[in-house]
Design a protein around this ligand. Structure first.
Ligand code: ATP
Ligand code: MG
Length: 331
């Protein structure tokens, strides 16, 4: 039986993970969940939001499904979520965004995949004050990290029969750092003659995505741009409540929704679990459970298309559990 590390996490995390687990099981896969505490509860009980057992469990099982983690003030972490990605060297952040037929979102043919570099850039954590009135954040771009995120994007494009990868940058201004990223991605592109390639400057891309999102396909970019552009893409297709994600390394894969812990709605039973359910779909594909993945995704898409049982973020009145039950029913 497949063992998967399950981290319910903070805020709406436990509510949406419970719902996601129910539907993943109903899709017909045998999974043994290895439940691990991280975030606020772990900080309270063990004095750290990211206990060793959590990392060990992920290393052992190679696969995890996680809810959002809140970073306790004074815990010594800038971000627990970022620390987890860095410690396990999960260098790919994959965020696919696809429009749903029917009622959700203002666009029709959005089908975008963001590959965000997950370990360096402006998230390297090299930041300091310079005297009292100035501060510096250092952006780090290396050939190694650029090459491996580019490879991941082009390999994905090849495997999924995508037409094109767009390299996203601002090399016109940051000539050395983004210049290196662009140049390295272009070198990798040469290894994939069957996949088209172009490059675009990130500010212009943002405008183009809002005006003509159907013109884009797979996109690869440094860390911070990936953070911003993937939220923008989420907004094109139903919002954070329906946008899944994955953090991938060479050996370990951790699946999580793009959204955070949503403290404003936590504990009220109204969080949309679909983002994490779709992260579960990505997980099933990763596990080679293609059939179960398609079944689960189809059930979710049908539910949204019918637009009778939806959470408030999508204009409905249903609760988290009702969404789970409705998806299970379809399965
Ligand atoms: P974090 O710092 O943990 O990333 P954040 O401040 O970026 O958190 P989110 O937690 O992602 O923010 O939430 C942003 C907004 O989107 C909030 O208003 C939240 O209620 C809403 N939201 C996020 N996820 C969901 C969801 N699954 N269902 C419904 N609303 C959500
Ligand atoms: Mg956030």
């Amino acid at each position: 039986m497949q063992k998967v590390t399950l981290i319910p996490g903070d805020g709406i995390g436990p509510e949406v993970t419970e719902a996601a687990v129910k539907t993943i099981e109903a899709a017909g896969v045998d999974i043994e969940w290895d439940r691990q505490k991280a975030g606020i509860m772990a900080e309270k009980e063990q004095g750290t939001p990211l206990p060793r057992e959590v990392l060990d469990s992920l290393r052992k099982n190679s696969i995890g499904l996680k809810g959002p983690l809140t970073t306790p003030i004074g815990s010594g972490f800038r971000s627990v979520n970022v620390a987890l990605r860095q410690k396990l060297d999960l260098y790919v952040n994959l965020r696919p965004v696809k429009t749903f037929p029917g009622p959700v979102g203002d666009y029709e043919d959005v089908d975008l995949v963001v590959f965000r570099e997950n370990t360096e850039g402006l998230y390297a954590g090299v930041e300091h004050k310079v005297g009292a009135d100035a501060a510096e954040s250092i952006k780090i771009i290396t050939k190694k990290a650029s090459r491996r995120i580019a490879r991941a994007a082009f390999e994905y494009a090849e495997k999924e029969n995508r037409d094109r990868v767009s390299i996203v940058h601002k090399a016109n201004i940051m000539k050395l750092s983004d210049g290196l990223f662009l140049e390295t991605c272009q070198e990798v592109a040469d290894e994939f003659p069957d996949v088209g390639v172009d490059d675009c400057i990130v500010d212009n891309l943002c405008m183009q995505l809002v005006q003509n999102p159907e013109d884009y396909d797979v996109m690869v970019m440094p860390n911070l741009y990936g953070d911003l552009v993937s939220d923008l893409c989420a907004g094109l297709a139903g919002g954070l409540g329906v946008t899944p994600g994955a953090n991938l390394g060479d050996e370990i894969a951790v699946f999580e929704a793009v959204h955070g812990s949503a403290p404003d709605i936590a504990g009220r039973g109204i969080a949309n679990p679909i983002a994490l359910m779709l992260s579960g779909v990505l997980m099933l594909k990763h596990l080679g459970e293609e059939e179960a993945a398609v079944r689960l995704e189809t059930a979710i898409r049908e539910l949204i298309n019918e637009s009778e049982v939806l959470t408030p973020d999508l204009g409905g009145e249903a609760g988290t559990d009702e969404i789970a039950d409705a998806v299970v029913e379809k399965l």
